[in-house]
Design a protein around this ligand. Structure first.
Ligand code: SAH
Length: 216
């Protein structure tokens, strides 16, 4: 993490490991992406704490250990094309960009799409594209995907996303009511159907319909 002192980096990695993020590729990707660049203003000094923080448009950047556990559960391979629903700050997508060949991330708030697109360009991350759209419908023009990650909670896995998963493909997403503790699940598409694993309790903002009414 450029600009960050080695001791803070060590602490950040230690807290990830102590919460179960043990995959060496995931830890290396998280070491390379400076979370401080994705948290702005007042909360920037808490960027390396294992806590979710507020970002623009009333949204949140997820807790680093949850980002790590979700990325680990997704089992991303170097040649994969990955779809993320819920760009937010762009932090999760930036980590995925270090692990996959191509990353598409969709977001319903125009301002977040613009800001993260600018950040990806400034960081020279050329294999990740942020797009404005309602992610409940996936991204049909780029489907099917090897991996799909949803970083906002729906009551059930959205049908269009399941349909855009390749055979052998994996989707990781929180399911449950938006105002309660949700369950992170992993869905694997097999030759004959879908397998479901329950992973851990989580709390995400809701997956909402339509585009946001943006202030800018
Ligand atoms: N992955 C983000 C965290 C995102 S918070 C990060 O690393 O920072 C969840 C995001 O999902 C919010 O920005 C919210 O606006 C977005 N979102 C909610 N419903 C959506 C939908 N239907 N389509 C696209 N984005 C959605």
């Amino acid at each position: 993490m450029s600009g960050l002192d080695p001791e803070k980096t060590m602490q950040f990695l230690f807290s990830l490991r102590s919460r179960g993020v043990t995959d060496a590729r995931v830890l290396a990707a998280m070491e390379q992406v400076d979370r401080g660049l994705f948290v702005k203003g007042l909360f920037a000094e808490r960027a390396y704490d294992d806590t979710p923080l507020p970002i623009a448009c009333g949204q949140t950047i997820s807790q680093p250990s949850v980002v790590g556990l979700m990325t680990q559960a997704l089992k991303v391979r170097p040649r994969d094309t990955v779809l993320e629903i819920g760009t937010g700050s762009g932090y999760q997508a930036a980590i995925l960009s270090k692990l996959a060949r191509r990353v598409y991330t969709v977001e319903r708030h125009k301002r977040l799409v613009r800001e993260t697109g600018d950040l990806f360009r400034a960081l020279g991350m050329t294999n990740v594209t942020a797009m404005l759209s309602d992610g409940s419908f996936g991204l049909p023009e780029q489907a099917p995907f090897d991996r799909i990650i949803v970083t906002a909670a729906a009551e059930d896995p959205p049908g269009p996303l399941l349909a855009q998963l390749k055979i052998g493909g994996i989707m990781v997403l929180p399911v449950g009511q938006s105002d309660a503790v949700q369950t992170l699940i992993r869905v694997t598409r097999t030759e004959d159907g879908l397998d479901y694993d329950e992973l851990l309790p989580v709390r995400f903002v809701p997956l909402l319909e339509g585009l946001g009414k943006d202030e800018a």
